[in-house]
Design a protein around this ligand. Sequence first.
Ligand SMILES: [Zn+2]
Length: 402
Amino acid sequence: MICRVCDSTRLDPVIDLGNQPWCNHFLRREEVGKEPFYPLKVVHCADCETAQLDFTVPKETMFGDHTYLSGVTRSLSQHFQQVAREVNQRFFSQHPDKTVLDIGSNDGTQLKHYQKLGWKVLGVESSKGTAQLALEQGVPTRNVFFNKSTAKDLRGLFQVINASGVFFHLEELHSVAEGIRSCLAPDGVFLVQFLYMQKIVENGAFDQIYHEHLLYYNLKTLEKLLQRHGLTCFDAYLAPIHGGSMMAFVQHRDGPHASTGREKAILAEEERKGSNRKDWYLNFAQRIARMRRANIETLGERKSKGKRIYGMGAPVKGNTLLNYFQIGPDTIDCLVEKNVLRRNLFSPGMHIPIRMENEAEIAPDVYYVLAWNFKHEILKNHADLLARGVEFLFPVDPDFVA
Ligand SMILES: [Zn+2]
């Protein structure tokens, strides 16, 4: 294999999470046990320092029919609202006829916030069902994969291009970057929101490693990719969503926006911490193995006391965790979930059944919270259960920073 960013062949294995099923496809009963498994291994490029997966599940498998809805979580919707307001006020408050393109627009949650501010919007979403949902809610959406050639069909320049998360899922990396460059207005802002690898490591959030996430960027490695395509970052900050999401503001290399200096401070911090170095990832791998031992021990102890354990939430990333920890239905009776698209399905690999929140008849003694990054929202929403003595276990603690 060659590096997805710089074409180098000098790739060193750093984190191995074994063979795992594609985690974003929850199984129907007849599919249980038939799902294929693929290697889930992170390698580090000795030349450009980008951490990345060494194996690609075909994108048609990965994005044809996903069941993730961004509108479901209130804190995520609030985050998207703040983003739209900030971009509008900082860069385009006086601009007439402003247009925003959202790549991987999901159910249109992000674009609805721009619409409220008077923007023309366009979403590109590869999942058919999800694109349909957005259309039904009045958000113009194209059901295609975004790349250099589909970008041409959009016929226009956008003041803002938004890509939250998905930009880094895509195997056609350079084609996507070229597509973005070609339809970004000369004074345009490309806002990349991505899981910040330095923070993932510091938070112990190894469950963010899954087949959809082909690349794990820090700001330094992102900038190397952008530079290759005539783009550059002029501002960046870390938002708390998803346990640490980097907001990078990008423009054409000769664009008009002045650097705020914040991006330079982040780059300096990466240098100081060594978070682009191979040994940083090797240390992380050791820590993940320790977390596995601790989690298995805690759950085993509750189980030996006859406690009933349910999983809370069935997030995609929870499947990395369950499969790597090898926690199955003999430990966790079911995963309790709000997203109706996952009703009566089973978790891939470990085959834990999913129940809807309002259908779970008996409260468990213990909730094992797979959506651990929403810890505060979850504890607040379930004050009644806490008062009744239900224990909430967080496999990864978002308040803990190593
Ligand atoms: Zn490289």
